[in-house]
Ligand binder design. Structure first.
Ligand SMILES: Nc1ncnc2c1ncn2[C@@H]1O[C@H](COP(=O)(O)OP(=O)(O)OP(=O)(O)O)[C@@H](O)[C@H]1O
Length: 262
């Protein structure tokens, strides 16, 4: 499957990123790029700086040094709104859904940035607002079909098992029709079957929508199976970068995972 996809040019370039929280250096001089349509994994032991890196990409954290170049534009001041507006969507390590709301309504919240009509028109539900609402609903229904969750579309999220909640969170991110999808441990806490399903959906999103995917994942089997390239962090530094085969045979990476002292 991977070989059939056409990996494009670099669309996201992270250059010499350093980020510290007081005296804690979360990221030190990290550079790597992401190519259009690829699946790019970020791996590393606990506390290596993986989540911080995703937070830099979508503007939650502002690095003290370095720059982000997204589609050729230098983004010194990336913030979460600008990132979302420019096509970067994300899921979180701990599910961040509206638990009392239905699956459908949760996924609908992912359309917020796409809603054009002004508030007054929406309140009055006039023609354009109505047409727009229908178009958004259609898109959300497409996502529900794609993720095979028709049977739970009206169910409150709190009643769903964990694996399905993760799938709904993916659905909400997809509702924004992102160019880059950032997934923070999409398979954490899942059983084998749920992991297989999630893998399939990630590959399908990438293949059918052409979405570029950057993911953090602890399950090495999954990472090596689905990623085109892998960047490895350890203590906030980059220690490896390349294809799964290259990373697997990198001695620094092996040492980091075996806990060899620096
Ligand atoms: N908001 C914050 N305030 C202070 N320190 C932070 C903050 N966020 C992260 N850190 C620190 O930065 C370092 C990197 O953390 P980060 O969460 O990015 O690592 P990680 O590789 O994602 O870890 P894990 O696999 O455990 O999720 C850690 O030492 C962490 O304690």
């Amino acid at each position: 499957m991977q070989a059939q996809r056409k990996i494009g040019e670099v669309i996201l370039d992270l250059r010499n990123i350093s980020l510290a929280f007081g005296g804690v250096k979360a990221l030190t001089d990290i550079s790597f790029d992401v190519r259009e349509h690829e699946i790019r994994a970020i791996i590393g032991p606990n506390g290596a700086g993986k989540s911080s890196m995703l937070n830099v990409i979508n503007g939650v954290y502002r690095p003290q040094q370095g720059e982000i170049v997204y589609r050729g534009q230098h983004r010194k001041d990336m913030n979460t709104y600008a990132a979302a507006k420019s096509g970067i969507a994300r899921t979180f390590q701990n599910i961040a859904l509206f638990k009392g709301m239905s699956v459908l309504d949760n996924i609908m919240t992912g359309r917020n940035l796409k809603i054009q009509t002004n508030f007054l028109l929406q309140a009055l539900y006039w023609g354009p607002a109505q047409r727009e609402e229908l178009a958004h609903r259609r898109k959300v229904e497409e996502i529900i079909d794609f993720l095979e969750i028709q049977h739970i579309r009206k169910t409150p999220v709190s009643r769903l098992p964990y694996g399905l909640q993760k799938r709904v969170e993916l659905g909400r991110a997809l509702a924004a029709e992102p160019e880059i999808l950032l997934l923070d441990e999409p398979m954490a806490g899942m059983n084998v079957e749920e992991k297989q399903d999630m893998c399939r959906f990630i590959l399908d999103v990438n293949d059918q929508f052409g979405t570029t995917i950057v993911l953090i994942e602890h399950d090495m089997g999954v990472v090596m199976d689905i990623s085109d390239r892998v960047v490895v962090l350890d203590y906030g530094r980059k220690i490896g970068d390349g294809t799964p085969e290259e990373v697997r045979s990198n001695q620094d990476v092996i040492n980091a995972y075996l806990g060899v002292a620096h």
